[in-house]
Write a protein of this length. Structure first.
Ligand code: ADP
Length: 294
């Protein structure tokens, strides 16, 4: 890999229960992976497979029981001063982040992180306004609003702006659209794509929604019972529908349909994996059939 920003080597994490013995849980078992700078990866797997535990190592919230994790050149098990830098470089949006909005204005909420970084007022202001614009909440209209008056999707984008205002090089999102309605989800992903393209930030997405990860992620990592069982580009992973099912997952409906059509003898090119590509390929086939009949 050219320029990995996250590298784990033999990462194992065991949660220690206060009571000794069988209550120990190995949540991650010997995970070695690399994530390329500037790309978007998704960690997928059923509930309890270890996704949250894994990404909490990427910003130093958890430390390895054994093995190592390097993030943007920082050893997460290293000095505590390094871990403070790490928290700024690897920004994390937790599940249901709107629960953590507490200031009276959107501006104050987004400014919370940069203020703690002790930046100058003028720099804080620039970061807040830029972050609001990036998430599609124009600052002229939203900065002075009360966050509690906003829609669910807007609140979540305020929380995202709060993370972006710290100018992280890695953005970690744990199930970022859970609980949003269809419009809220679509808007969130539209702005996320824009942020990725404009800021060149590396995005690590935890999700169980295969359709969403198929449009966003350049690479998928599949976890099952704490182990990394498969990794690759979405189209090659989704082509292995039966294997995925063994791990409690299912490829998006379109990929399932394409697999069935291929199994049924239709010769669809390998690169067909999106709805548009499927339309084009099928339209092309119909023209040939129609011509054949004439
Ligand atoms: P996922 O994010 O894929 O749902 P998690 O990383 O949350 O998975 O959990 C992986 C495993 O570790 C699960 O069996 C879970 O019950 C266990 N686990 C998670 N957090 C703790 C904790 N704080 N203490 C003990 N066990 C935990």
């Amino acid at each position: 890999m050219k320029d990995p920003i996250i590298i784990t080597r033999h990462l194992t994490h065991t949660y220690q229960s206060k009571n000794a013995g069988p209550l120990q849980k190995t949540a991650l078992d010997d995970i070695s992976l690399e994530i390329e700078r500037g790309c978007c990866v998704a960690i997928i797997g059923v509930t309890g497979s270890g996704k949250s535990t894994l990404v909490q190592h990427f910003n130093g919230l958890l430390r390895p029981t054994s093995g190592s994790v390097m993030v943007d050149g920082i050893d997460v098990d290293g000095k505590s001063a390094d871990r403070i830098i790490l928290r700024q470089r690897a920004g994390m949006l937790f599940q249901f982040p709107e629960a953590q909005l507490f200031e009276r204005s959107v501006y104050a909420d987004v400014a919370f992180g940069p203020r703690r970084m002790r930046l100058k007022r003028k720099d804080i202001r620039k970061r807040v306004l830029d972050a609001l614009d990036l998430v599609g909440l124009p600052h002229e209209e939203f900065a002075m609003r009360n966050p509690f008056e906003l829609s669910g999707g807007q609140k979540r984008r305020v929380a995202l702006a709060g993370v972006l205002a710290m100018t992280p090089s890695i953005l970690i999102l744990d199930e970022p659209t859970v609980g949003l309605d269809a419009d809220g989800r679509e808007d969130f992903y539209t702005y996320l794509k824009r942020i990725k393209e404009q800021q060149g930030v590396t995005v690590v997405l935890v999700s169980h929604d295969m359709a969403e990860v198929s449009t966003l992620a350049d690479r998928l990592f599949v976890l099952y019972d704490g182990q990394l069982v498969m990794q690759g580009e979405p189209r090659s992973i989704f082509a292995r529908g039966e294997t995925l099912r063994a791990w409690g997952l299912a490829a998006p409906p379109l990929n399932e349909l394409l697999s069935l059509l291929r199994k049924g003898g239709m010769t669809l090119p390998d690169e067909v994996s999106t709805l548009d590509e499927a339309f084009d390929a099928l339209k092309g086939m119909r023209t040939i059939t129609e011509k054949g009949q004439v």
